[in-house]
Design a binder for this molecule. Sequence first.
Ligand SMILES: NC(=O)c1ccc[n+]([C@@H]2O[C@H](COP(=O)([O-])OP(=O)(O)OC[C@H]3O[C@@H](n4cnc5c(N)ncnc54)[C@H](OP(=O)(O)O)[C@@H]3O)[C@@H](O)[C@H]2O)c1
Length: 337
Amino acid sequence: MQALQLSNFGASNLLLVDNVLPEPQEHEVVVRLGAASLNPRDSQIIAGQFTNAVDFPLIPLSDGAGTVTAVGAAVTRFNVGDTVTTLFFPNWHSGEAFAGERAVSTGLEVPGAAREVGIFHEDTLARSAPHLSAAEAACYPCAGLTAWSALFDKSCITKGSWVLIQGTGGVATMGIQLAKAAGAKVIVISSSHDKLAKAQGLGADHLINYLENPDWGQQAFELSGHGVDAVLEIGGTATLENSLNAIRHGGHINIIGYMAGIEMGITVFPLIIKNANFHGIGTGNRDSYESLMSFVADHRLHPPIHQRFPLNKLQQALNTLDTDSPFGKVIIDIAAP
Ligand SMILES: NC(=O)c1ccc[n+]([C@@H]2O[C@H](COP(=O)([O-])OP(=O)(O)OC[C@H]3O[C@@H](n4cnc5c(N)ncnc54)[C@H](OP(=O)(O)O)[C@@H]3O)[C@@H](O)[C@H]2O)c1
């Protein structure tokens, strides 16, 4: 069985190696991984842009999905044959992370999903929605859960809520699907007319090209009548002011990404005047993930996939994520699809 190991920063330092696994201990589960998905963080970790604190060699990628092939004697959460995914924060199971539950993340402090087989403590995995392929299931641990936590745990959206979603990448496209399945009205902004048309195909109600409409926040406010209930804030510096213009009084801005800058150069007045709620989103916990999986199963959602690559082409896949501006997720097939 093979694994892709990073021996130093830089994608050219990824090498396929033999991955010999011990027998599973009492509470451990052996998983044959079928697919992984890529997130900007994976790319940044590999490039050395996320943190210097990497213990090489590292098996990268936070998000993987596969099938349980063996269980330790005391395992109660899974049986052989169950389909499962990794968790972004394997030790964060419920509530707020008061006791360092977020100190460990998959594909950084512990080995990630770029391998054919892994051994995991049973508490660090979750069941996939049964109708999903491995490639589809692998889309959810980071990007899917982030959209879910923002929309439902923090913004409490419901039927009739208005949601503004920035971009058409992994978080955004799953956000569109989740919000529409909940009965919300969705406004999507993108730099691309083609991708806006695809977003409409996912159910988006209103489409704005943010390059052609620099005051898209005001437009979103007007479309929704009295301001949107929730924003998935993907851009950062370049988008925050428009997001504040877009929300209703008491609306929710979910700070997720920094695609267009990491600084928050805003004054306090619009926040005070609008009674704005800002939420920093750091993916989410296992309870939320399990709620997400049952919602995905109930609504039979299939996440948009941009392109698929085999495990030994991870470098090309990272390049696609970084330069192609994908609509949806980039997938690594580990087992034959
Ligand atoms: N906080 C968390 O827990 C968490 C979890 C996952 C991801 N993230 C972060 O969230 C961001 C998105 O992640 P992803 O996986 O969805 O990445 P992705 O698939 O690469 O998508 C990036 C998206 O950003 C959009 N974008 C770039 N500049 C923009 C701007 N000025 N205004 C509006 N949209 C803009 C692009 O929109 P168009 O191409 O359509 O114009 C693109 O669709 C990244 O910064 C990532 O690091 C955070």
